[in-house]
Ligand binder design. Structure first.
Ligand code: ADP
Ligand code: MG
Length: 694
């Protein structure tokens, strides 16, 4: 199968396969179910399951799994084979509708936060028919949602589907107000761009920090970093090119619309962008993309690193969540058109996003809060930890003109004519600012704070829910308005009056912006431990419960799980660093110092030869080694003390305040030693080896 068009989706039980293999009436019912986002009709389940099984077996599959995304951040699978014994001692291959629709994995081994105490160990996985089943590793994978015995969400997908429903409900009210009565469904479209690093497997294997933590805990900068800017869009090295070609093919087979692959700013850093699709499918596909990146890299003697900050002093990796809303009839809410001033649906949506992002800065920040991403936000070449929106000068001016009542009155009574200021928006004008964490980029918003390793689900749960909330308020106002046009202008004016502070078109990486943002009263939540507790605020709980996206219990459990993950991550890092120092770095420095001492003695014996250099190096290295040794002991005690703490928040804070700081101190001494210890004595591959050796 060499033709890409034949390859694409060849391992997916997609629409054309369904059409070919299902009886016409069953196909029609299933299609309606998918389109309307309803639960599956149990009367057709057996037929669908049997067709799926036959198709999968023809493709070489022997097993099936309910594929789901627990709160560990990765995907989970429990494989069952299709075999079923017959009376005469043989087997037949079976798969029932019941098995397709519902699975019962033991939930006790997945994180559940506070929920664990209140529910049975049993959990349920339920088929998400809107995300197609696919074959991977000879297994039929059925995308599912995962919840507890009492229906509480234990995964990323359940709240995501609920949030899509919430925004659909309110966005439908909005489009109908504009007379689009044929619209049946409003879809959230998402295109996540994925950044990653590649490293030579042999080098990787020699670094316990990469092996256990996916990031380097020590490492001095090489003489050449990214200052030459010669990597971005540069020519691909043959090994990387071969990897990317194979990755594309693997993803295409799975129906993932991998579109662009290129080098990123840092050496050995790359990016993959897919074509956008419906949110839950985009989320599933992003998980598959990350998995395939790791698997495919290994086949090329490479390791794919998805960590947000594998190397200090080098660009980190993120994800860009491109987000928009479209109707089933093809209207994109965020498409300005040639005359945005005459496109009230666009302007109203813009206002809704501005209001939502300003009112819920905390939620967007929380949605990207992980131990790994904390190293990246606010650091070199990454969005700051402060939320702001880039609209571009033209759109900002347009919104301000409406705010200031410079409305163009049209005596002929022609439909909408909001402000006669700007005829059209030039695309490059909206796309230029790469330093904004939340940028309007032509026909969508691009949220750039996400970490490269996380699921995109949380971010989209937040975005969908907060925009749904604002849409609800706008729809209430507009449905009761005496003068529809006038009310739209008022809504935009109110939004600009109260939320304009979130708009910032300047350099988001500058120090002045940090000060300016503080004057504007914008949040600057620097770390996961600063951000997470805010999720439990009464306002947030009220909003999530109102839109039936997350319950109070689910929110509380999520906060605990995220904080537990945070503490666990740093715990492993600290133990790894202690081990590296005690067993490799301290001995390496000691043995080189010994060598220098012998040199000094020898020179003394000969006499008349200066040993100043050796003596200086001995003094410097001994001092560094002493500090490393002492700080490592302190770190060990601090970890023990954090591990004794039972309160999750307090524990996470100890990891943040004390342990990360000690790790940074140790690193400083180790890195300074690395600069003067010969490579033959240094136990680990250097940054130069890791970054420039592919
Ligand atoms: P960049 O300039 O940020 O590198 P592109 O302009 O090529 O990226 O597009 C970024 C992503 O935005 C792609 O994944 C693309 O499919 C996605 N995208 C385009 N239009 C929409 C939309 N209406 N909704 C969601 N995502 C979209
Ligand atoms: Mg982008």
């Amino acid at each position: 199968m060499n033709k890409v068009s034949e390859l694409f989706g060849s391992n997916v039980f997609n629409d054309s396969v369904m059409k070919e293999r299902l009886p016409e009436d069953v196909y029609e019912i299933l299609k309606r179910t998918i389109k309307e986002g309803k639960g599956i009709d149990s009367s057709i389940a057996d037929t669908v399951a049997s067709a799926m099984k036959d198709w999968a077996i023809e493709k070489g599959a022997t097993h099936y799994t309910h594929w789901f995304q627990p709160l560990t951040g990765i995907t989970a699978e429990k494989h069952d084979s299709f075999i079923s014994p017959t009376d005469d001692g043989h087997i037949i291959m079976e798969f029932s509708g019941k098995e397709l629709i519902k699975g019962e994995p033991d939930a006790s081994s997945f994180p559940s936060g506070g929920l664990r105490a209140t529910f049975e160990a049993r959990g349920y996985t339920a088929w998400d028919p809107s995300s197609f089943a696919f074959i991977k590793d000879e297994t039929l994978c059925i995308p599912t949602a995962f919840c507890s015995y009492y229906g509480e969400a234990l995964d990323q997908k359940t709240p995501l589907l609920r949030s899509m429903e919430a925004i659909n409900k309110q966005a439908l009210r909005i489009v109908k107000l504009f007379g689009h009565n044929d619209v049946k469904h409003v879809n959230v479209t998402v295109g996540p761009e994925q950044e990653y690093f590649l490293v030579d497997k042999a080098m990787y294997d020699k670094r316990p920090d990469l092996l256990y933590c996916s990031r380097t805990l020590i490492g001095a900068m090489p003489p050449k970093g990214q200052e030459m800017d010669d990597h971005y869009f540069g020519v691909l090295k043959p090994r990387v090119a071969a990897f990317m070609r194979e990755l594309d093919r693997e993803l295409w087979k799975l129906g993932v619309l991998a579109k662009t692959e290129h080098n990123e700013a840092a050496p050995a850093q790359h990016e993959l962008a897919p074509i956008f699709t419906t949110t839950n499918i985009a989320a599933d596909h992003n998980q598959l993309t990350m998995e395939m990146m790791k698997k495919t890299a290994l086949k090329h003697g490479l390791v794919c690193i998805l960590h947000e900050k594998p190397y200090d002093g080098v660009n980190g990796s993120g994800k860009h969540n491109n987000w928009s809303l479209s109707t089933d009839t093809g209207i994109n809410f965020l498409k300005p058109g040639k005359e945005p001033d005459k496109n009230p649906l666009f302007l109203l949506t813009l206002a809704a996003v501005i209001k939502a992002v300003d009112a819920h800065q905390d939620l967007l920040r929380i949605s990207v809060a992980t131990a790994g991403n904390d190293h990246r936000l606010g650091a070199n070449e990454a969005p700051p930890a402060i939320l702001s929106i880039f609209l571009g000068e033209e759109l900002t001016a347009l919104m301000e003109s409406i705010e200031n009542g410079k409305r163009h009155d049209n005596a002929t009574g022609e439909k909408m004519n909001m402000a006669d200021i700007i005829p059209s928006i030039k695309k490059d004008n909206t796309d230029r600012n790469r330093t904004s964490p939340f940028a309007f980029t032509g026909n969508k918003f691009e949220f750039r704070m996400l970490g490269s390793a996380s699921s995109i689900s949380d971010t989209n749960v937040m975005l969908n829910t907060m925009v749904a909330d604002v849409f609800e308020e706008f729809a209430d106002r507009l449905e009761n308005a005496k003068d529809f046009e006038d009310e739209i202008n008022k809504i935009i004016k109110d939004t600009m009056d109260n939320h304009k502070r979130i708009i910032f078109n300047g350099d988001g990486y500058s120090e002045e912006w940090e000060k300016e943002a503080e004057r504007r009263g914008l949040l600057n939540l620097r770390s996961t431990v600063d951000a997470l507790p805010l999720l439990k605020s009464e306002d947030n709980i009220k909003m999530f419960e109102h839109h039936k996206v997350l319950s109070r219990t689910e929110i509380n459990s999520r906060v605990d799980i995220i904080l537990e993950n945070y503490a666990k991550t740093i715990h492993i890092e600290a133990l790894t660093l202690i081990d590296m120092m005690n067993r490799e770095i301290v001995p390496a420095i000691t043995s080189y110092t010994n060598q220098l001492c012998i040199a000094v003695l020898n020179k003394n014996n000969v006499g008349g030869i200066s040993s100043t250099v050796e003596r200086e190096l001995i003094a410097r290295l001994s001092a560094a080694n002493k500090e490393i040794y002492a700080l490592t002991s302190q770190l060990k005690m601090a970890v023990a003390s954090a591990e004794r703490t039972t309160d999750v928040l307090e524990k996470a804070q100890m990891y943040h305040d004390t342990i990360l700081k000690l790790m940074g101190d140790i690193r400083k001494y180790a890195d300074s030693a690395e600069c003067v210890v010969p490579s033959s004595y240094w136990p680990y591959p250097s940054y130069g080896d890791l970054l420039f050796n592919i």
